[in-house]
Design a protein around this ligand. Structure first.
Ligand SMILES: [Zn+2]
Length: 681
């Protein structure tokens, strides 16, 4: 990022035009991000908001050596929105409540005592910054006036200097009138690109002389578009901004959710942008439901309700789900991840506590006062000993540890709120859950959770609970292991999970048919693995099994691929994926792997599990080492990676027609805002 110095800012205004000094006083970061600040050009607008959507203003100010910041103020369109706020103004100065001036470079405990920090890493500034660097913030700003706005920070220094910088943002106006959608259902196939959808259709429906014998539920949606998935800092996103961009309207950095990057080390104090669920809860009283087959702390579920720059900070993430439920309207949380909810009184995660807990103060938080005041957020606490399931139950949530309990929770009528944690971490994939339902439970038994629901069961239950709110809801339903198994290049397992996802989509579609004030979108946060349908085996399943080193020689391409024909069982899944002349998948973003074109008996090691089964192969570059042909990839490490390819989006229900053409992931937020707040003509 180019830095805007005092001398540069002064160019247009002063006689000092030629007196460009060599001093380094500058604003090195200005938030929300803008091209006006980064490059001096007004376009394109980077940060956009719905009317009244809250966000933080923040600047990292670097005075000259020997100088220091003593006060600061922010302006929007020339109007003073705070200040000037003096450093050390005192706790009784109400003007300071939503502002902060972080200069500490000392020990974390000093910061904790001053109530300015978030967790164990403290309010310490990032390494490499001069010690007089100051981060100034105004929290929870909002603007109702549509159009492009310019904002400015002034930092005043002890030496009488004013250090300034300008940026811009846009408030996107809504057209009013027409019907508004009461319910929003966002179905995310994590990592699901066009190839993943096609592969599931080929497996589930088959082809006759070039014509598909049927469509997936997602294929029946009447509108579709193509989504650009880049994050704030890369053409290749991970799941944190991949999800957050959809539901905040703004670009986040990789590994960050609901926040922009900053210059402090603390992971929960970053400048925030309000999520769709928070905005619609504040405006309309809607509820939020989150359903995932992943650990609920994972990036996609968390990036609907939790604000952090570290997607891995599980303890703080799950605490924020509960503690800020009055901001988000969270009333359904279903998935894996029990390890973050179980008490860990010692706070140690190594060796693993016998109850499976991985709660730790190291990834928990205490929020600085300005965030608490600006957002009405719960301050948080470093509490590895917390019994979070107990706290959810005390807050009125029915709790289900397995599928039997999930069904039982509805036997006495639909609960108001629902928590389901069906595994220590990520749930087992449908390939292994279905095997258990058909009598072979060795995998789910080895993970210790033999009675896990399918995603369509979870979706049905979540929609029942959420429907109890007459103001409507936002539901995010994620098929997480399409991505996770694509990373592992476990072809049959991820295709199976797309089929599981499609059954959940069918549930959501039926709901929208019965509740026509509902909009449903099916999309992905990004593509994973560069998967491609390269053809089909030229040999039978028995021959594949007999000659596991056959490698590329059995890949039938073009007309040699013909039409693989799977048989579907009454449960909705293939009788077997090991058919004669089975479909074969190649990977464009692959690491090295040994390939025999057959699924392993056990899924590949999931490092998130506190007690991973010993039978799992460690990773794809040793899996089948003695019984598969080596296929070398171009990505380092042992897993396939995400790609920067656009992904397909399908839409159904009220306002679905907005989702056509090619658009940015952040555009989805404004389309949903129009449908839910402005209305559909
Ligand atoms: Zn991924």
């Amino acid at each position: 990022m180019r830095r805007m110095t005092i001398s540069r800012l002064a160019l247009g205004t002063a006689l000092g035009l030629l007196a460009v000094s060599a001093h380094a006083a500058s604003v090195s970061r200005l938030t929300p991000p803008s091209e006006l600040f980064a490059s001096g050009t007004a376009d394109p607008i980077i940060s956009r908001f719905l009317p009244g959507q809250r966000f933080d203003l923040q600047a990292t100010v670097r005075p000259d050596e020997g100088d220091r910041v003593v006060a600061f103020e922010f302006f929007v369109d020339g109007a003073w929105i705070n200040g000037p706020l003096p450093l050390g103004g005192g706790a009784n100065d109400s003007r300071l409540a939503r502002n902060s001036l972080v200069t500490e470079t000392g020990a974390a405990d000093t910061c904790l005592r001053d109530g300015k920090t978030t967790g164990a890493s403290g309010c310490v500034l990032a390494a490499g910054l001069p010690s007089n660097t100051t981060v100034v913030s105004f929290r929870g700003y909002s603007n109702y006036s549509a159009g492009v706005h310019e904002f400015k920070v002034n930092a005043r220094t002890a030496n009488g200097r004013t250090i300034s910088a300008n940026g811009n943002f846009e408030v996107v106006g809504l057209a009013n009138g027409g019907r508004t959608a009461k319910n929003i259902i966002i179905l995310v196939g994590d990592g699901m690109g066009a190839s993943h959808r096609t592969a599931a259709r080929i497996m589930a429906k088959g082809y006759a002389q070039g014509k598909a014998r049927g469509k997936l539920a997602m294929d029946t949606f009447p509108y579709s578009g193509q989504v650009m998935t880049a994050s704030l800092n890369s053409i290749v996103t991970d799941s944190a901004p991949g999800m957050a961009n959809y539901v905040s309207g703004n670009k986040a950095n990789n590994n960050e959710e609901g926040v922009w990057p900053d210059d402090t080390l603390a992971a929960f104090d970053n400048p925030r942008m309000e999520y769709l669920a928070e905005y619609l809860h504040m405006l309309q009283g809607k509820s939020l439901g989150i359903v995932t087959t992943a650990d609920v702390f994972d990036a996609t579920p968390a990036a609907n309700a939790v604000h952090t720059s570290a997607r891995g900070n599980g303890t703080g993430i799950v605490d924020q789900f509960l503690d800020d439920r009055s901001k988000t309207g969270l009333s359904v949380l279903l998935g894996g991840g029990r390890k973050w909810f179980l008490p860990n009184p010692g706070g140690n995660t190594s060796p693993q506590p016998v109850n499976g807990s991985q709660r730790s103060a190291r990834n928990d938080y205490v929020l600085p006062a300005d965030v608490v005041n600006g957002w009405g957020a719960a301050p948080g606490k470093l509490d590895p000993e917390r019994d979070l399931i107990g706290d959810f139950v005390s807050a009125g949530f029915a709790y289900a540890p397995d599928n039997t309990a999930l069904n039982a929770a509805f036997a006495r009528g639909t609960p108001d709120k629902l928590l389901g944690l069906f595994a220590y971490s990520n749930m087992n994939v449908s390939y292994d859950k279905i095997a258990a339902r058909r009598g072979n439970s060795e995998v789910v038994d080895a993970f210790g959770f033999p009675d896990q629901p399918m995603l369509d069961d979870m979706t049905d239950k979540a929609l029942k609970v959420l429907s109890r709110n007459p103001q409507g809801f936002v539901a995010m339903i994620e098929a997480a292991s399409i991505d996770k198994q694509a990373h592992l290049m476990d072809t049959d397992r991820w295709i199976h999970d797309v089929i599981e996802f499609d059954r959940a989509i069918a549930v959501a579609k039926r709901f929208a048919e019965q509740n026509p004030d509902t909009v449903v979108i099916v999309t992905a946060d990004h593509e994973c693995s560069g998967a491609a349908i390269i053809g089909a085996a030229t040999v039978s399943a028995a021959q594949l099994a007999a000659d596991k080193l056959a490698g590329k020689s059995v890949v039938g391409i073009y007309e040699a691929a013909r039409f693989p024909r799977y048989t579907m069982n009454a449960d909705g899944y293939p009788v077997t994926t090991n058919i004669d002349n089975k479909m074969l998948i190649g990977y464009g973003a692959n690491a090295d792997r040994y390939e025999n074109w057959l699924p392993n008996r056990f899924p590949t090691r999931d490092t998130q599990q506190p007690f991973p089964p010993a039978q799992s192969p460690v990773n794809p570059n040793v899996r089948n080492k003695d019984e598969g042909a080596l296929i070398t990839g171009q990505v380092a490490g042992d897993q396939a990676a995400h790609t920067g390819s656009d992904i397909p989006l399908s839409a159904f229900g009220l306002g679905a027609g907005y989702f056509t053409g090619t658009f940015d992931n952040t555009d989805v937020f404004f389309k949903l805002g129009q449908i839910a707040v402005g209305g559909v003509q």
